[in-house]
Write a protein of this length. Structure first.
Ligand SMILES: NC(=O)C1=CN([C@@H]2O[C@H](COP(=O)(O)OP(=O)(O)OC[C@H]3O[C@@H](n4cnc5c(N)ncnc54)[C@H](O)[C@@H]3O)[C@@H](O)[C@H]2O)C=CC1
Ligand SMILES: O=C(O)[C@@H]1CCC=N1
Length: 272
């Protein structure tokens, strides 16, 4: 019979997001021995972390540990394969933190029992320590477990807690998927610049620097986004002319409202 290890944190799924979170934990916590990585094919970045820190890595869930915390970072479509294999690691005091879009507590509990679950939704700026995470805890989560989850999720940026599970789908649609909207904005700005006569490379450098610079200005400023926008907009000037197009008939607001609604609807569909 194998001896039980002391309660570790087990990361199930070490791809883009799992890897970003793992990097943050290792930066903020010197006890690398408390992490176990479960992934048949971790990302190259995670493999480097495994090698550098001497982390325990398993291709499938180990049977010799009862986890203090299991972080689920596999794709929602993989949940029904991944969850049944985890039951051996789950004890009465195990906390499950799931970052999967859509997957509900009810689905997780259907495989793992009446377990304490935090559903969290980070985003890819977590890779550079600039993420934001939405989180919701079910009634089984103790205050100490919620604090532990908050500490773990905070390593990649602030955490916004909500008190209803369905709001995680709205958070997914705004900030989880949101970086893609911003990157697409940069792509569209660059293409518009090209159509306005600029060399393609210059247009992309201008768009990229404008999006990241505006983001950094907003991050450092206490002013609301609206004030920062008005600061750019001279009466009767060029920005006003452009904003007439974007804001006229609520054009851009309507587009984003529909995009966010589509993402939220898809999160509901991923719930199964
Ligand atoms: N990519 C994003 O922007 C965000 C993703 N999420 C959520 O994070 C989760 C992971 O997404 P990504 O990191 O982008 O995906 P990914 O594809 O980069 O990583 C998933 C990892 O899971 C591993 N895996 C597959 N089956 C497994 C199993 N049975 N047991 C253990 N590991 C297994 C894969 O080998 C892979 O390394 C998804 O549920 C997604 O909804 C949440 C917030 C943002
Ligand atoms: O596209 C997705 O489903 C995941 C969840 C949020 C960002 N990416």
């Amino acid at each position: 019979m194998t001896e039980m290890s002391s309660a570790p944190t087990v990361l199930v799924g070490a791809g883009n997001m799992g890897g970003a979170m793992l990097a943050g934990w290792l930066d903020s916590d010197t006890d690398a021995g408390s992490y176990i990585i479960v992934d048949p094919s971790p990302s190259p970045t995670v493999q480097l972390l495994i090698d550098k820190h001497g982390l325990r890595h398993e291709k499938a869930a180990p049977s010799d540990v009862e986890a203090a915390i299991v972080v689920l970072a596999v794709k929602p479509q993989m949940m029904e394969t991944a969850l049944p294999a985890l039951t051996g690691m789950i004890g009465d005091d195990t906390l499950c933190i799931s970052i999967a879009a859509g997957t509900t507590v009810s689905t997780i509990q259907s495989f793992l029992g009446d377990i304490a679950v935090v559903r969290a939704m980070p985003n890819t700026p977590a890779m550079v320590g600039r993420g934001i995470t939405g989180a919701w805890a079910n009634a089984a989560v103790s205050p100490a477990q919620r604090d532990a989850a908050d500490r773990m999720l905070s390593v990649t940026g602030p955490v916004e807690w909500v008190d209803e599970e369905p709001l995680i789908d709205a958070i997914t649609a705004v900030s989880g998927s949101g970086p893609a909207y911003v990157f697409y904005l940069a792509e569209c700005m660059a293409e518009a610049g090209r159509r306005a006569g600029l060399d393609e490379d210059i247009a992309m450098r201008l768009a990229r620097a404008t999006v990241s610079g505006a983001g950094e200005l907003m991050r450092r400023s206490d002013d609301p986004a609206e004030t920062l926008r008005k600061n750019v907009t001279s009466p009767g000037g060029t920005t006003a002319a452009a904003l007439d197009v974007l804001m006229g008939g609520d054009a851009m607001q309507d587009l984003l409202t529909r995009a966010v609604a589509a993402a939220k609807k898809r999160a509901g569909e991923l719930a199964g």
